[in-house]
Design a protein around this ligand. Sequence first.
Ligand code: AMP
Ligand code: MG
Length: 589
Amino acid sequence: MIQTRLPLLGFAAYSGTGKTTLLEALLPKLTDAGLRVGMLKHAHHNFDVDKPGKDSFRLRKAGASQMLISSRNRYALMTETPDAEAQFEYLLTRFEHDTLDVILVEGCKNIAFPKIELHREAIDKPWLHPHDTNIIAVASDQQVETVLPTLDINNLQQIADFVLDYVNNYQAAATTPAASCCDILSPAMFSVEQGQQKILDAVNVQNLSESLAVEKCYQRVLANAVHSPINVPAYTNSAMDGYAIRGDDLEAQDYQVVAQVMAGYAYQKPLQKGQAVKIMTGAPTPENGDTVVMREQAEQSGDRVSFGGASISAGQNVRQAGEDLAASQLVFEANTRILSAEMGMLASIGLANIDVKRQLKVAIFSTGDEVQSPGDAFKANTIYDSNRYSLMGLLQNLNCEILDYGILEDDQDTIVSALSKAAIEADVILTSGGVSVGDADYVKHALEALGEINFWRINMRPGRPLAFGKISDKPFFGLPGNPVAVMVSFLNFVEPALRKMQGEVNWQPVKMPAIATEPLRSRQGRTEFSRGVYTQDEQGRILVRTTGKQGSGILRSMSEANCIIEIAPWVDNVKEGEQVTIVPLQGRL
Ligand code: AMP
Ligand code: MG
């Protein structure tokens, strides 16, 4: 749930219940009692506080991204958010907290913070509180069965007293040390961010490097900074097929073509006034020949060429030596990941070999007596191992060396000896299966015997169980068993750690906002990772839907997805048309 220093209290109701009318009548009672109230209201996307014709309106429409208008009695800051609606938590930071005692919220039904449900029998809508644990009281004109405090929606003083009590108690709670958190949350219960941080803090950059041919360097990480030994381009050259002339000789009717220069060759003499050299793209421009007119604008007859009045500016269509990279200029920082463009750039400065961090060796295991190798005849009551193969792909994508230890029997001694061996041979160890609560305890006992492994429950779905620790100082990840959970856990916890170990500094996955085209189920208090398909509509907006059934065993959902829809713990179900965060998967699977 969203934590704020100021008490935050919402009013949740179906439209027609009279939220605003009630708040309008309630506010004087609160301010009379001395409360300084901030209000946050969620409105429909086309709302505007400004009026057409007003100066502020005109300035905004003329392009101001932010419009702050002020007078003796008030000021208003209007900020345009064309790309994405501002997040609830960010909006809260916009209030001047020192000048308020409470923030009341109208709307924002699907954000997790304490609310009073408003209910009127005549509106004939279902109760909200049975499905919303954020509701702390119910105000209604109807009898209701609930353990929550009930208020009479027509008794404003009663509601005001409840709000005043809430604010007073909130302040009391905020000033006494919070002991209660640790009673509810077991120490092994972490948010996604907490788990990620603990893992990143625990792994170190590996520092061994090797010299490797550039063509072998895809997805490797540079061991050292790279400076260019040469100018790129090395010499000034033509950017077009055409004619090189002097920039101080643009007025002539026509020119004498004194030579033709192909790429790879050069005209050795200085160009004189009245002369032109026919030149191909990439060929060095002759001395003085600092301007190129493209062939389409030229008319050559015999050894004379004219440019038919084309407007020519001195220096046009020429690539200067060193304009891409100057000699000794920094090309890449150390720890840059080498992808296709980097391979090309390394080659462009003439390097055939380069020092890169050596590959990380990652040992992978599957566990479980029910897990069988693909290729074997199908046995009753078993499933084919998919996790090891998904992991192989994910690891190849990061250019790790894979040490495949196959499937481990559910037997403690086997597991202990295999993991001990892996800890000698590999830099990182990954297993899948056997770490959830209901599991046969082999993996867990084996890991406990090896020491330093913690069993976490991460507030996420899929992928709640996660074991992390070290075996002989080598990072160990015990991923869940379900195939989707394995991949989602890998993306969230293993990939950032591997990238750090490989040397990449502060890697962050790409995330962006998208509009949900269908309702998305999510539970408050945990991060929900649904598999999604995003598309762009004609207006350029990014839309997203799920791949359908979201069971954590349905690996097809990963295959069909082009993104993960990440729903933050404080967001409840998402309605159609609302904004969500997506994590594109291109380049990561
Ligand atoms: P566990 O956490 O071991 O209870 O596993 C959870 C679920 O994932 C069970 O249905 C397992 O059968 C399944 N599972 C475990 N390991 C694998 C694997 N290597 N490939 C596919 N499914 C697996
Ligand atoms: Mg198992």
